[in-house]
Design a protein around this ligand. Sequence first.
Ligand code: PLP
Length: 386
Amino acid sequence: MGSKKYIEKLKQLPTPFYFYDMELLKETLQTVTSEAGKYGFDVHYAVKANYSDRIMEEINKFGLGTDCVSGGEVRRSVECGIPASKIVFAGVAKSDEEIKYALKNDIFSFNCESREELEIINKIAGEMGKTATVALRINPDVDPKTHKNISTGKAENKFGISYSEIEEVIGEISALRNINIIGIHFHIGSQIRDLSVFKKLCDRVNTLQEWFIDQGFNLKHINVGGGLGINYDEPDAEPIPDFKTYFKIFSDNLKLAEGQTLHFELGRSIVGQCGELITKVLYTKVNGEGTEIALVDAGMTDLIRPAMYQAKHKTVNLTSDSGKCKNYMVAGPICESTDVFGKSIELPETKRGDLLTMKSAGAYGRCMSFGYNLRELPKEYFSDEL
Ligand SMILES: *Cc1c(COP(=O)(O)O)cnc(C)c1O
């Protein structure tokens, strides 16, 4: 599984680069579509996790829709052939231009995050002679029990319409003539490994559903967002996340009304495990505290998750397996002290020229790379093109 199988070819390529195991991606997509299909659930792929053309192409082949958080992502989806009827557009602060572009393309749904945004979409839709289909993104105040920087559905977060405002929003909605409310939307966070969190979300959604029905609203769609986590510690033990249990939780706990469809927006769980960042060791040295350091040619500019979320990616030496293992600080070339992938990573004796791989980098990896220190963005290679 993964890069090891392709090592002779990978050795020829200039580092650092992303490598994708396309077979694993396909198997993952097969699992997602068959598990969701059991219940007739609709899955929208969260484009921000990885918007590479090759990845988008596979997503489209398996018939998934997309979840976008910018006009650029809506455009990428349209250009990749995703039918507009399967595109949803969330985003806490959509610009007028982005709203116009999405309206022009008649996307399935705007996930609206505030009263003012509803008014603006209504106004722009009116000017364009369109009716916007909208789901209200509600902040359900559920703690996703994940890193604080990737929690989005707690009352303190900037996302969604708060409980305290829903009643007022509902009161005003009938006056917004160019908006058609088709559903409600939630997204509480990312890298959620404690699945009981999703059961809690179901309970909140059930309560809200009843309230909406009491107010005379007929919601056609419920969208529960994404957030299913992956196993970063032991990716080989769990290359495909447990979609079976995940979808079953919603089937067992969420009370759908007659004719209602349930939508999901999965990003990380679909593409996370199929990608790796491959990097070369440039130097080794020992710091003043006696810590061995392996300095590699990939930096936080190529993979920012460790610096931004204290994330850990399982790191493996692909070219050396000398029996003796040691702990290394693995760090990049960027002029920032946060440019460290791990302070104590166990590796076999590692030297200049060795290739290391950082696993589980398919989601929020390449798409978050940036050009600080005037660095080039890392290239991407796909197993079926090597
Ligand atoms: C990021 C995001 C997702 C996807 O989250 P994952 O943890 O990658 O599954 C889904 N919905 C919205 C609104 C998002 O912002």
